[in-house]
Design a protein. Structure first.
Length: 86
């Protein structure tokens, strides 16, 4: 049976936390809002591409939220007794 490297798993979790926090701290979307408010900013086609990109980013964030909740909830349901039965 393979050993669990909990230390490496913990490092991976912390790296994900740092990456998510960095995305929030950089506030790229505040800059995007500043850019799109400029008069004559873009063509209809470019507007559509940017709008679609923003929508997809929003969906991806929703997926990350659901996945992280699922990971936490699933981890909380694991018991020593269940693990030993495997």
């Amino acid at each position: 049976m393979e050993e669990h490297d909990v230390g490496q798993l913990e490092k991976n979790i912390e790296q994900v936390q740092v990456r998510l926090q960095t995305l929030v701290d950089e506030d790229r979307f505040a800059e995007l809002i500043r850019i799109i408010r400029n008069p004559g900013w873009t063509t209809p086609a470019e507007f559509h591409l940017v709008s679609t990109g923003v929508e997809i980013v929003g969906r991806q964030i929703e997926i990350v939220d659901q996945l992280s909740r699922g990971l936490l909830e699933g981890s909380q349901k694991v018991t020593i007794r269940e693990r030993a039965a495997v």
